[in-house]
Design a protein around this ligand. Sequence first.
Ligand code: ME8
Length: 504
Amino acid sequence: MKTPYYITTPIYYVNDKPHIGHAYTTIAADVIARFKRMDGYDVMFLTGTDEHGQKVNKSAENAGIDPQVFVDRVSKNFKDLMPILNVTPDRFIRTTEADHKKAAQDMWNRLVASGDIYLGSYSGWYSVRDEAFYAESELIDGKAPTGAPVEWLEEPSYFFRLSKWQEPLLTFYEQNPDFIAPVSRRNEVVKFVEGGLMDLSISRTSFNWGVKVPGDEKHVMYVWLDALTNYLTGVGFPDTAVASYKTFWPADLHLVGKDILRFHAVYWPAFLMASGLDLPKRVFAHGWWTNEGQKISKSLGNVIDPIELIDQYGADAFRYVLLREVSFGNDGDFSILGMRNRINADLANAYGNLVQRVLSFIYKQCDGIIYAADQLEPQDKLILSNLEDALKDVREAIEHQALHKVCDAIWQCIYDANAYVDAEKPWSLRKENPERMKEVLYVLCNVIKRLALLTFPILPSASKTILLQLGVTKFVYENFTEMMPEKHSIEEPYPVFPRIAEEV
Ligand code: ME8
């Protein structure tokens, strides 16, 4: 039986159209999901949209549209983005779906049953943009620590006894040191919890766009309690006996941006502990993108539209650049020039050139036939075995969400392969030693095959094209080391990563 692997992204607010930040988390999760599938895991990859709450309600009001009609429209933009990004979720969840509302209400009932919910009244600060409550002491110049405006709220509200879970959470973090990553973020969370936890307001009465509180329909559930529960809905909750739940819960990885770590690493485990459900194994918070040095915001008019970039550069290049530009976990600055340079240097000149020079040489000089070699020289064996090591390194990096290391390991092999071509000079061997030329080309085709399997999770379209050119139709790591068959013949190759012309 395959080992299950359950990975999630945040579900995105449908207050506006998707931007580069949403694309980033989704692509990163897709790369991990694709790698795990190719590595023989039974993968469940969940993404979707977060459709309730005051922020979405206000956006619908501003658009003068009924909230349901509004969320249907905006959610579709996110769903339609998936194939454009070449992202392959197993389910695209929406919190306005009936099964999710049922799950959120079941979660509520569990918290009532455990004695973790009581009725009170909230008076304090709230940021609609962050959908978060803030203590007076957290405000900076009258704003939320995130810079978002806050408003004073006074309304009847149900509370979750978060304070009760302070010690159990701290014990849990200590016993599960890998639960929160990267380590710097983990330390921040631990410090925050050590500072003391206040009970959390978990219902609202001043608007009604949300999941109704069971038994008290004047209240709608706080959007974060509703939203976090999506990770359970996605695998069949509230039916905890169903195969999908039993297979996939607890989740292996919640991938999130650093902005929402507190919700995932404090509130969510507390809700789960209180409701008697298992806790996810890991929450990884990645960093924040800026655009040419500036915070990305609608008011600055510098929101980056992933669709425009993909139209121009293709999904593969976009995926690669996002993962390559920053160490996963750190903040990154996006620039068009940086993107173009990456595409030319790493994709066109390094990877594309390797594939094109080898395949077009075979096509032109060897009638398109790849001959199997009977014997291999030490340098041939070395370059092939280096790729086996690279697979191990990539596997290890994926396990720790070190996506930049995935790229490092693969591109080192690409540089080595180009150096091997330069050293072995198949064009000179053609006259001097045709037998050796065939060996070198055979080694190179096997190197390219392994490389394409390694790049597949990041560059799915191009890698597939390369593998199909080589006659490889099974995209799994199980056959990573299998050598190509005798006398495979190839079609005329075309460059998979065209160079981008310099801007004039
Ligand atoms: O927070 N850089 O939804 P959201 C990097 N609905 N990542 C970014 C980014 C940027 N500049 N901007 C957005 C919500 N992101 C809730 C989540 S989950 C149960 C509910 C990414 O639409 C990043 O993953 O505001 C961040 O955490 C997420 O989008 C926030 O999306």
